[in-house]
Design a protein around this ligand. Structure first.
Ligand SMILES: Nc1ncnc2c1ncn2[C@@H]1O[C@H](COP(=O)(O)OP(=O)(O)OP(=O)(O)O)[C@@H](O)[C@H]1O
Ligand SMILES: [Mg+2]
Length: 340
């Protein structure tokens, strides 16, 4: 006991995690007749993390989820999920994981409550326990008034709410959520984002999340994996990604009013300035480094502007995502030119 406390303290002191990763995959590869859907993916996910899988349509996000929860077998590569082999121990694994698939995947012939109860008993819950918890969760997601109605007439958002309730039914340790908020109204979206955050932060649940909403990923994700055409192009915390991908330095100048054409020309005339765009109260300038700030301020003052504040702006997730996309597209164009 003393020994393990000392190890924990030491791990904390040196900034290292003592925990075994919840997911480790190495070289995961899967093709379909149309081509390679996932190419040599290696990532790990720690307990209590929210990993966001990002990328355009067809990037391989859902394929990754399906491989990791054992419903799809890879052509090559290995994975351990909660210490299990997802392809050999799939049934055991599904007792400990909650899955929300892209298209909800409810049984149309059954009511909302029956859909949940059925999956609860499949996951090893007693039917009375499954019924009680299903009722609570349908209430939690604002669906208790429709719990005894067949799901075939449900709207997209109503299906999504029922499917989310089903994913959480057996209180899983690990959640695979494929686009959990697409189709939800704004209030339900906010509720689900807060719920995912609290499941991870307060209850130590681990979440793998596919989303096209970068704001949602920015709020929730501890790390992000960005895929393009099946290939992992970036993996890490937002600040890791910023360090790897963002060499520019942006600064917001508060001038009291938006910069006019003459002032913009004066700033753009400086050799160090890569971009200058007017904002409501001034101008946003992109340069190579913070060393360029004095010359930009001097140019503003010589042009007759008053500078009230200078705020460096960190790149947001959107900046990073589009800079990866631009690099991928540029390398694709380069490869095509070289092949000609
Ligand atoms: N069952 C399948 N049969 C044939 N091709 C498939 C199958 N599943 C996926 N693919 C192909 O694999 C590629 C990756 O698909 P995937 O569904 O993983 O993308 P995604 O990143 O989830 O996209 P989206 O954002 O549109 O959901 C696509 O080109 C897709 O056509
Ligand atoms: Mg998908």
């Amino acid at each position: 006991m003393k020994h393990s406390k000392a190890r924990l303290w030491l791990a904390h002191f040196v900034g290292m995690s003592d925990a075994t990763p919840v997911i480790v995959c190495q070289g995961l590869t899967r093709s379909f007749p149309s081509g390679v859907a996932l190419d040599n993916l290696s990532v790990d996910v720690q307990q209590g993390e929210v990993l966001a899988l990002l990328g355009p349509n067809g990037a391989g996000k859902t394929t990754t989820m399906r491989l990791l929860n054992g419903v799809l077998v890879p052509d090559s590569g290995t994975a351990t999920v909660l210490g299990l082999d997802p392809w050999r121990d799939g049934d055991l694994l599904r007792h400990r994981t909650g899955v929300l698939t892209e298209n909800a995947g409810l049984d149309e012939r059954f009511t909302a409550l029956e859909n949940l109860e059925f999956v609860g008993t499949l996951r090893g819950m007693a039917s009375s326990e499954a019924r009680k918890r299903a009722g609570e969760l349908l209430e939690r997601f604002g669906m208790s008034h429709r719990s005894d109605i067949k799901v075939q007439g449900f709207s997209t958002g109503q299906r999504k709410r029922v499917a989310l309730a089903r994913a959480l039914l057996h209180d899983p340790e690990l959640l695979f959520l494929d686009e959990p908020t697409s189709g939800l109204d704004p209030a339900a979206t906010r509720d689900v984002v807060e719920l995912i955050g609290s499941l991870a932060k307060e209850h130590g649940r681990t979440v793998v999340l596919c989303t096209h909403f970068l704001g949602e990923a920015g709020k929730l994700a501890t790390r992000m994996a960005v895929l393009f055409r099946g290939v992992l192009h970036a993996f890490g915390t937002p600040s890791d990604l910023a360090d790897q991908l963002w060499s520019a330095f942006e600064v917001q100048l508060d001038l009291g009013v938006g910069a006019n054409e003459d002032l913009l020309r004066a700033i753009q005339a400086l050799e160090v300035v890569e971009m200058a765009v007017p904002t409501q109260r001034g101008v946003l300038v992109r340069t190579g480094s913070r060393e360029d700030i004095p010359s930009i301020v001097a140019a503003c003052v010589s042009a007759g502007a008053s500078v009230y504040a200078v705020d460096p702006r960190d790149p947001n997730l959107e900046d990073l995502y589009f800079s990866i996309e631009a690099k991928v597209n540029a390398s694709g164009t380069q490869a095509r030119l070289e092949a000609q």
